[in-house]
Design a protein around this ligand. Structure first.
Ligand SMILES: *Cc1c(COP(=O)(O)O)cnc(C)c1O
Length: 456
């Protein structure tokens, strides 16, 4: 019988998160104050986050212990399975070995609860009554709603308006877990009103929704804010994915040559790849880590490395990142939740130092790969995850041309059962490829007025 599925026991759930900062040759640059543009310390984050998460945001410690209560809740869905994709390999007719880590088994159907649970836990520990957040495709809002409900914290979600309209079931899922959900931009915040005054029909964007959620938290003492990606502590929480996968690859008697994950802000990419990159940094191994981003939002492959705001209005600290500019509003035709203008600080530094790679893929090739995968392996991937699949297909093709079969591991970071309207559009031929022109990119970059990063 084929060994298809690699399963761990509950006792194999990692006891610590891995902090790659400890192993990075060039440490991330400090954030800057949005007004003075001077480096800021962790205390500047105190209105928004509980102290323990701020400590994790700036720590240089290599391993951070996972609280028992968090590990206990993780057992609801962890360890997650790792599969060898025999059927997909057959469909592609390849000698490459393809493995995937499946995070769609979580309560909300993606990797996001891996960080939502510890974030809600630390807020609870510090007496926070309400957490605000933004959500794009709805995955993060669902995960945080679930976690807040468990710990008895109110959850307020600003959902990008176009997704709010396209994904009513995501909203209902959040409501089921007791969250309040608003279509952003709203009239409830200064940030929202400012955008609506300029464009009453604004489809919203993650950057705008972040401005709204941050404003609400900054204005209320009993309210904090939570982010589902980008920040260092969020990326660190996700490293349980890669730590499990490493053990599971050992069970399979294999090691990946290439590890691939879709890229929005970097959390599921970091989660899967950082524990493998640790082997590169510690032992000089040569595992390639590829971030797969949409051609319609190509910050890693075509953006610039410089300081930028995390939100649209410019309220957050300035972070050193690959960005298309904080005012970038991606094309609303694009399905999926990879529409953020910037990238996490750690992943940006790693890309700048050429320790990871990035590829931009087109929408139709993503959905094609997603449907092929569903036919072969049975699981319908989240539209975001199809970006990893399209990249895997490209790497398989390259391996064929080079006559060198590779072992490839990718992150199937979520299922697509709440995203059927995107698949419906694809089946009806309404998904079109969208790529920014060179002139588009030039215009976007010319508009960026935040500080440059000066090379030492
Ligand atoms: C949120 C999300 C992403 C993008 O965010 P990252 O932080 O880059 O992981 C990708 N896939 C799924 C399924 C998501 O929910």
């Amino acid at each position: 019988m084929k060994h298809r599925k690699f399963l761990l026991a509950e006792t194999d759930i990692p006891t610590h998160w891995y902090n790659i900062v400890a192993d990075m040759p060039n440490k991330p640059l400090p954030p800057l104050h949005p007004g003075t543009k001077e480096p800021i310390g962790p205390e500047a984050l105190m209105p928004l986050f509980p102290m323990e998460l701020i400590k994790q945001e700036v720590t240089g410690e290599k391993w951070v212990e996972i609280p028992d209560e968090v590990r206990d809740l993780y057992t609801l869905w962890r360890p997650s399975p790792l599969y060898r994709a025999y059927e997909f390999e057959k469909l592609l007719g390849t000698d490459c070995k393809i493995y995937y880590k499946y995070e769609g088994v979580s309560p909300s159907g993606s990797h996001k609860p891996n960080t939502a649970v510890p974030q809600a836990y630390y807020n609870k520990q510090e007496g926070v009554k309400r957490i605000t957040t933004e959500t794009g495709a709805g995955q993060w809002g669902s995960a945080l709603s679930f976690a807040c409900n468990h710990f008895g914290i109110e959850c307020e979600v600003y959902m990008v308006k176009i997704s709010y309209e396209q994904k009513p079931y995501r909203k209902l899922l959040m409501n089921t877990w007791g969250a309040k959900v608003f279509a952003s931009p709203t009239n409830l915040t200064n940030a929202g009103r400012q955008i609506l005054a300029q464009d009453p029909n604004s489809p919203g964007s993650l950057g705008i929704a972040i401005s709204e959620a941050v404003e609400r938290a900054a204005m209320n003492d009993d309210t904090k804010y939570a982010l589902g990606s980008v920040l260092n502590h969020v990326l660190m929480h996700q490293t349980i994915v890669g730590q499990e996968a490493l053990k599971q690859m050992e069970m399979a008697g294999d090691m990946p040559d290439i590890v691939v994950a879709p890229f929005g802000g970097g959390s599921n990419f970091a989660g899967l790849t950082f524990p493998f990159l640790r082997l590169n940094l510690e032992e000089g191994r040569n595992i390639r880590a590829i971030a797969a981003e949409p051609a319609s939002c190509p910050k890693l492959t075509r953006g610039v490395f410089r300081y930028d705001f995390g939100d649209t209005v410019g309220m957050t600290p300035l972070l050193p990142m690959f960005t298309l500019g904080h005012k970038f509003v991606p094309s609303p035709i694009h399905a999926g939740g990879l529409r953020y203008h910037g990238a996490g600080v750690i992943v940006s530094q790693l890309l700048h130092d050429k320790l990871i790679e990035a590829q931009a893929v087109m929408q139709k090739e993503c959905f094609q790969a997603g449907v092929d995968f569903a036919k072969a392996e049975g699981i319908l991937p989240a539209p975001e995850a199809t970006h990893a699949l399209a990249t895997v297909v490209r790497e398989v093709q390259k391996a064929r041309e080079e006559g060198r079969p590779k072992t490839i591991l990718f992150n199937l970071c979520g299922h697509g059962y709440f995203d059927m309207s995107a698949y419906q559009q694809y089946f009806e031929g309404k998904i079109v490829d969208h790529e920014l022109t060179a002139a588009d990119i030039e215009a976007l970059i010319a508009e960026i007025d935040t500080p440059e990063i000066l090379e030492a």
